[in-house]
Design a protein around this ligand. Structure first.
Ligand SMILES: Cc1cc2nc3c(=O)[nH]c(=O)nc-3n(C[C@H](O)[C@H](O)[C@H](O)COP(=O)(O)OP(=O)(O)OC[C@H]3O[C@@H](n4cnc5c(N)ncnc54)[C@H](O)[C@@H]3O)c2cc1C
Length: 470
């Protein structure tokens, strides 16, 4: 059991040691704010943490990091982020992707961290659409996607106004939706632009040692600048007096006074902690998109079994179906990722080659099962997902060392996100505000997603909501 916070009063309390909470904490501590991060779980990292399975160290969420940039690209979002966190580029030990691919019936588009490769693939597979695709890219580049108050537009409508082939639109949308869309079928154009840039124009990579060293260094940086990070200590409720934050009550029974709380627990989840809770806690739309993720440890890298892309995004239908499935799992599309298929990656003595399969899953089904039925459903689904993965990694079973299956229930249990919703609520709050004065959100529900997105969110909310207002 931890000893709890050292003090009874802080300038800022941060709820959750997700990536955005950690980044916000570092930024505030740099500017001498007396800040405490409270994390309910024993491990930090939230959706992007790590765990042990016997002797194997596994990442909970990591496929690939978006926003790749080389150290010389000073204006790239990744380098700007590292400067704000005062962390050296080398601390991530990035391994760029070799190549990734989007596979639909009878057509495939490869992409790398050189955008020309993707453009050439589009030109070859859709020769009549190349100029249209270029015009769409220009529209994406012109759009002010990072604004805290962006214009809300339908991505499908904007894409259809530029590109005449719905299949090409769906192929472009496939990786983008899987890597960050909380909406079903369509998405907000501002978010699409952010993700298009971060996936296709900047690209994918992987920290060499997975998430554990990254998280440990973020936590160390925070503590070095005087921040307090307490794990195993959740915030049970937030005391609201005259419409403003007054104090936080902890699971341990302790009470801390503060006038400012920044939360990465999710918008609805955070409002529900407030006493009294604002009406939005009941009415705000909940996310419905979650996933099952199969992790398979292999006795050799997946490339030796014929799976060579870093990531594969696929759909068995020509029209992308990105929505909560009616059954437990959608087996008609998803993402496969092999950790060793990134340049310069190799299995170290502490890691085992892994391949992951992510498929959309129905949270109502998974959260509603009684314990025994849940265990059974997990066992059956694991077998079925192995069969799906064998399509892409032939001979998989003969080389399997271990398997693990994460469900919406796992995500719910370890992060508290309603419905185990991977990308939170479909309605984002770009400026981080809530109806309670002094209470702000960062991370998933602020609207910048993924590893780099969450870190950026934490930094920008700390700057905009707290440091610039002082
Ligand atoms: C299976 C999976 C695969 C993914 N793959 C990738 C990937 O390959 N690349 C990528 O860039 N992104 C990936 N992501 C997405 C990425 O992990 C998230 O976008 C990002 O980590 C979200 O960070 P966050 O700061 O919003 O907080 P979260 O990670 O949501 O963390 C919230 C934290 O708040 C804590 N908390 C909640 N309530 C309380 C409370 N009352 N008191 C104290 N603490 C509380 C939770 O325990 C949690 O630690 C993946 C996610 C998953 C689940």
């Amino acid at each position: 059991m931890n000893s709890g916070p050292r003090n009874e009063q802080y300038d800022v309390i941060i709820i959750g040691a997700g990536l955005s909470g950690l980044a916000a904490g570092i930024r505030l501590a740099h500017f001498d704010r007396h800040v405490c991060i409270l994390e309910r779980h024993s491990r930090i990292g939230g959706l992007n943490s790590f765990f042990r399975r016997g002797p194997h160290l596994l990442d909970t969420g990591l496929h690939a990091m978006t926003n790749f940039a080389s150290p010389g690209e000073k204006r790239a979002p990744l380098n700007r982020l590292l400067r704000q966190l005062r962390l050296p580029y080398d601390f991530l030990e990035l391994r760029p992707q070799r190549y990734s691919t989007i596979r639909f019936p009878d057509v495939e588009l490869k992409f790398t961290n050189e955008f020309e490769v993707f453009e050439a693939a589009v030109a070859e597979a859709f020769p009549k659409r190349h100029a249209e695709f270029r015009r769409l890219v220009d529209a994406i580049l012109r759009f002010d996607a990072y604004s805290l108050f962006p214009e809300r537009l339908s991505t499908r409508a904007v894409c259809a106004a530029h590109v005449g082939d719905p299949r090409l639109i769906d192929m472009i949308l496939c990786p983008i939706m899987f890597y960050g869309n909380a909406d079903e079928h369509d998405m907000d154009f501002a978010l699409f632009c952010v993700l298009f840039r971060s996936v296709f124009l900047e690209g994918l990579s992987r920290p060499a040692g997975g998430m554990r060293p990254v998280l440990e260094q973020l936590a160390a940086r925070f503590r070095e600048c005087g921040g307090e990070l307490i794990t195993g200590c959740g915030v049970r409720s937030l005391e609201v007096r005259d419409g403003r934050i007054a104090a936080a009550a902890l699971d341990s029974g302790a009470r801390i006074e503060t006038e400012t709380v920044l939360s990465c627990a999710g918008y609805v989840e955070t409002l529900a902690l407030c006493a009294p809770a604002p009406p939005e806690a009941r009415t705000w739309p909940r996310g419905r998109l979650s996933l099952v993720e199969l992790i398979v440890g292999l006795d050799r890298p997946a490339s030796e079994l014929g799976f060579t892309p870093s990531t594969l995004f696929w759909s068995d239908n020509s029209a992308l179906h990105y929505a909560c499935p009616s059954g437990p799992v959608d087996r008609g599309g998803g993402v496969v990722c092999a950790a060793e298929n990134f340049a310069g990656s190799h299995a170290s003595p502490d890691t085992t080659p892994t391949v992951r399969l992510s498929s959309l899953a129905n949270p109502e089904y998974w959260l509603g099962l009684a314990p025994e039925a849940y265990r059974e459903a997990k066992g059956e689904t694991l077998e079925e997902q192995m069969t799906v993965l064998e399509r892409f990694v032939p001979g998989l079973r003969a080389h399997t060392v271990f398997t693990d299956l994460m469900t919406p229930r796992t995500i719910h249990r370890f992060t508290g996100h309603v419905n185990g919703a991977l990308y939170g609520s479909p309605r984002k709050i770009r400026d981080g505000s809530t109806p309670v004065e002094g209470l702000f959100v960062c991370g998933t529900d602020q609207g910048f997603l993924g590893i780099v997105g969450s870190l950026l969110s934490g930094v920008s909310m700390a700057n905009y909501r707290i440091l610039q207002r002082a």
